[in-house]
Design a protein around this ligand. Structure first.
Ligand SMILES: [Zn+2]
Length: 92
């Protein structure tokens, strides 16, 4: 199963859990599903980002903004664990 499919299924559970929770408040079960989704999202490769006017040419993690020196050689952000597409830089 791909992370994308697992996220889709977990979001379906969140929808159902929200229907049955009182006043739609976030209960522990919903929070557990959201935490799982966040972990799965980090397995889906994202583009690193470059910020116009940044003091460095190194790309940054698009999730936590950490500098990734020689980013194309790393697969994961050492801070948050986000996976990257190799050799892709997105300028913002
Ligand atoms: Zn990061």
């Amino acid at each position: 199963m791909t992370p994308e499919k697992a996220i889709e299924i977990l979001n379906g559970y969140i929808t159902n859990l929200t229907k049955f929770s009182e006043l739609g408040e976030e209960n522990e079960a919903i929070q557990v599903h959201r935490t799982a989704i966040e972990a799965l999202e980090r397995q889906i490769p994202k583009k690193t980002m470059k910020i116009k006017g940044d003091w460095t040419d190194d790309p940054r993690c698009s999730r936590c903004n950490r500098l990734i020196k020689g980013g194309y050689r790393r697969i994961y952000c050492p801070s948050c664990g986000q996976q990257y597409e190799e050799e892709v830089k997105e300028e913002i």
